[in-house]
Design a protein around this ligand. Structure first.
Ligand code: SF4
Length: 375
């Protein structure tokens, strides 16, 4: 296992102020980027802090006690997040995912969820309002999140064996508490619940079958994520990636699996059902293969960083400062115009290029850290 990590380069400052269009046109909800991809999914990072130090995201050697997290005054307020979310929804966003860092560390997050749950699409429909968490605080918060208007959660869990899981989260956090959080979320009705497991070859791949056995028939959808070269600090190496094709082969040694079609456009997971007969009783698994089977072709995801920068790709090296626009007194039309211009010019396809051996990074450019823009 590589323990080489790379010191962080602070990318959180010196970003360009978004341009405004010459003519302010009202949003149509049909915005498409330069590759014809619509804007459907907004991921909102509500904090850059986390109580875990997962080696593939926030390696402890870098994010140590000297690391300076963003001061609260830099974070977007709940009112600012909600105002921006309304503009994104007018442009076509139908799903909001709250992320971090660990979003449940953001105080009073239920108040934000209540504000976001009131937003409707131009057709008057409610949004798909979800949240990704490491589960550490879920047992305590599941009921209040549901009461505030959250619909469902995705929980990260990288193994059932305590020693393996603690090696991945690097803070000695026990599996039992995350499982208790998942149970509490089920009891609160925060479903369908998804569990994401990042597979790192030689570290936790032996947990693939135990995790599948545990969640099969539980109503929880388990997804296996290929270890990605996100950010610039996790020392990523291709030989630590276990291709999804290998994960599938291991699962098929024990389970009859049936392919399922995507449930929504732009879905990142390849879906498989446990039931070769009636497709559904025992639930399903998903494979998220950003490294070996890039899915940039229909990527409809935008990301808002903790202090209001728009990133148009998980592997982007720079963002666009919407907070500066917000705090400069910009009108809704100006915010909408700026977002329309930025998305319209978007041509990101990092994973596709990686797969063909091409780097979309220029000299000295480094990918933004995942804990800052959410996975
Ligand atoms: S690499 Fe970027 S463009 Fe491709 S799927 Fe991921 S976020 Fe979308």
């Amino acid at each position: 296992m590589s323990d080489k990590v790379i010191p962080i380069l602070d990318q959180r400052s010196g970003q360009a102020l978004p341009k405004l269009p010459a003519q302010m046109l009202p949003p149509t909800g049909l915005l498409a980027d330069a590759l014809g991809r619509p804007l459907r999914d907004l991921r909102i990072s509500v904090t850059d802090r986390c109580n875990f130090r997962c080696s593939y995201c926030m390696p402890k050697q870098v994010f140590d006690k000297h690391y300076e997290f963003l001061p609260h005054s830099d974070l977007l307020s709940f009112e600012e997040i909600t105002r921006l979310a309304r503009v994104f929804v007018a442009h076509g966003v139908q799903k909001l995912r709250l992320t971090g860092g660990e979003p449940l560390l953001r105080r009073h997050i239920e108040a934000l969820i209540e504000m976001l749950s009131e937003i409707r699409t131009p057709e008057g429909l409610p949004l798909d309002l979800t949240l990704t968490t490491n589960g550490s605080l879920l047992a305590r918060k599941a009921a209040s999140l549901k009461a505030a208007g959250l619909q469902r959660v995705t929980v990260s869990l990288d193994g059932l064996d305590d020693a393996v899981f603690q090696r991945m989260n690097d803070v000695g956090f026990p599996v039992a508490e995350v499982l208790a959080g998942i149970e509490a979320a089920q009891a609160a009705g925060l479903g369908p619940i998804k569990v994401n497991m990042v597979v790192k070859c030689g570290v936790n791949d032996q947990e693939i079958l135990p995790m599948a056995r545990h969640f099969r028939g539980s109503g929880v959808t388990l997804r296996f994520i290929e270890y990605m070269d996100v950010g610039a600090t996790n020392g990523w190496r291709m030989d630590e990636v276990l291709p999804s094709s290998e994960v599938l082969a291991r699962l098929r040694e024990e389970f009859d699996l049936l392919p399922l079609s995507a449930s929504v456009a732009g879905e990142t997971a390849e879906r498989w059902s446990y039931d070769s007969e009636n497709a559904g009783g025992q639930g399903e698994i998903g494979l998220i293969s950003s490294v070996t089977q890039a899915f940039c072709g229909d990527c409809n995801r935008a990301r808002l960083s903790t202090e209001g920068k728009l990133y148009t790709c998980l592997f982007a090296h720079r963002g666009h400062d919407l907070r500066a626009l917000l705090r400069s007194g910009a009108s809704e039309a100006e915010l909408s115009g700026a977002i329309g211009l930025l998305w319209g010019a978007r041509a990101d396809r990092y994973s596709q290029l990686r797969a063909s051996g091409v780097s979309s990074l220029g000299d000295g450019e480094r990918r933004v850290e995942m804990h800052y823009i959410g996975g």
